[in-house]
Write a protein that binds this ligand. Structure first.
Ligand SMILES: Cc1cc2nc3c(=O)[nH]c(=O)nc-3n(C[C@H](O)[C@H](O)[C@H](O)COP(=O)(O)OP(=O)(O)OC[C@H]3O[C@@H](n4cnc5c(N)ncnc54)[C@H](O)[C@@H]3O)c2cc1C
Length: 436
């Protein structure tokens, strides 16, 4: 995974969003229709579908050719009776959500940014926060995939059971997703409040109360001074009991102006805070469409631990504060509900995700990740599929009980490995035996 990661890619080359990864080819075929996708896939020996290029590792990379479905970004059908929307796979949340809202509908959750493609996000189990909220893939109720033979496969939750549950978080390994159907609900209004300086002791004593205080809760910390720097509470206005935004929240103080998760940065690119009511899609993400999300020049890693180990895992990372501090921009802690999607890090496991936004110094981060992974090892930590990690393939295999069946599904749709790449060969299709 590490060989193609560059701190400064050559000018003009095709890179991922963060610029830390120069892709291994610039050949990109832009498809405009299902027929064009089928024809391209059928006639190629090897390819990868590229989404919005927001992954930090080489999960999307290929040495052969990219298929881009960016131009396939239309709503296919909004079905109020079924409460679903079907979209083409090039669509981003930033395109979909204002449309849904304008029609009176909403999604259950969003990631920290709306800039990412729905298909790419769901393929990697991208998530937001909220202990009752599953990751974004859990909203998928049907997908259309073009398999390696160029055939159109339609899978739905109601009809295809295990086959569907194995395919939704597909890591780009099963084929080219051309349509996604998502569950929707009536549009809702939200408010966002930020609190500063939550004592770490309060978090360890009251983790459950803090994590369930709002529809979505994010905790930002630099791991210094035994405190959580910022607590972001995203509240559905219709929720009972009402959150009345007291001046203090478990010892943290209500902020007096909008904040960026990295307090030193301007909050201009952040969604509105200070309890101002607004549509769900302008409060669930931290960052606004039309602006650079997060810090920009950065790396990211993220680890999922079982919810029951949340406090122990947080304290384990906090003990590494002196090692982590110099390389960190900010960390974020979020909760995610359990799901039944085979390759989801939250498979059958209510989870807490501990996220790191790093300065863009891959050699230093590469040395630090095994230290964090060792500390979190006792909690059988699972890495975010789209972010940087060094967990061994053997440990990945040990921590995904449905992985053998996922491999069978991959072989069914892609018998000759047309959609495989270095990332998949190393982490998923590895022959390495599982460590005891
Ligand atoms: C600033 C920033 C903030 C982020 N915040 C969050 C967050 O809050 N929560 C979180 O969980 N993650 C977060 N991420 C990670 C990101 O959401 C995921 O990595 C996601 O996969 C990005 O989608 P993409 O379309 O850019 O994927 P890409 O990097 O383009 O592709 C990812 C994978 O999906 C596959 N793929 C894409 N489209 C298709 C398709 N049509 N058919 C088949 N396979 C396809 C690719 O082949 C590849 O395997 C963040 C990333 C950034 C850069």
């Amino acid at each position: 995974m590490t060989s193609q990661l560059f701190a400064s890619p050559s000018a003009g080359k095709l890179t991922n969003w963060a610029g830390n990864l120069e892709y291994s080819t610039e050949k990109q075929y832009p498809a405009n229709s299902l027929k064009e996708v089928q024809e391209f896939v059928r006639t190629r020996k090897s390819l990868k579908v590229l989404g919005t290029r927001h992954c930090f590792n080489n999960i999307a990379d290929t040495t052969s050719e990219f298929l881009s479905v960016k131009a396939m970004d239309h709503v296919v059908e909004l079905d109020p009776a079924a409460r679903t929307v079907t979209i083409e796979s090039g669509m981003t949340y930033g395109q979909l959500c204002p449309y849904l809202d304008s029609q009176g509908w909403a999604l259950h959750n969003m990631a920290s940014l709306p800039h990412i493609s729905v298909a790419g996000a769901c393929s990697t189990a991208t998530h937001g926060s909220g202990e009752k909220n599953g990751n974004l893939s859990t909203a998928v109720s049907a997908i259309e995939i073009v398999n390696a033979a160029g055939e159109v496969i339609k899978l739905s939750r109601s009809r295809d059971g295990d086959l569907f549950r194995g395919a939704v978080v597909g890591l780009g390994a099963l084929g080219a997703i051309t349509k996604v159907t998502l569950e929707i609900q009536p549009r809702f209004t939200m408010k966002q409040y930020v609190y500063e300086n939550l004592p770490l002791s309060a978090l360890s004593e009251h983790f459950d109360a803090i994590a369930s205080a709002a529809y979505s809760v994010s905790l930002f910390t630099d791991w210094q001074e035994k405190r959580i720097n910022e607590v972001w509470l995203k509240i559905r206005v219709s929720d009972e009991p009402k959150f009345d935004a007291p001046p203090e929240f478990f010892g943290a103080k209500r902020a007096t102006h909008n904040l960026h998760p990295i307090a030193a940065l301007s909050a201009e690119n952040c969604t509105e805070q200070m309890g101002a009511p607004g549509p769900w899609y302008e409060r669930l993400p931290h960052f606004r469409m039309g602006f650079t999300p997060s810090a920009g020049k950065e790396l990211q890693s993220e680890y999922f631990v079982p919810r029951e180990n949340a406090v122990d895992a947080i304290l384990a990372v906090e003990r590494l504060r002196d090692q982590v501090g110099p390389h960190l921009l900010i960390s974020e802690i979020r909760t995610i509900a359990a799901d039944d999607l085979w390759m989801s890090p939250c498979y059958k496991q209510p989870s807490v995700a501990i996220h790191f936004t790093w300065k863009q110094d891959w050699p230093a981060v590469k040395n630090l990740l095994p230290v964090i992974e060792r500390e979190l090892g006792p909690f059988h930590v699972r890495p975010h599929w789209g972010k940087l990690f060094t967990i061994s393939p053997a440990d990945i295999h040990a921590r995904y009980q449905r992985l053998p069946e996922f491999l069978e599904t991959c072989r069914k749709y892609d018998p000759h490995g047309k959609f495989r790449n270095e990332f998949l060969n190393r982490n998923i299709f590895t022959n390495k035996t599982v460590s005891p």
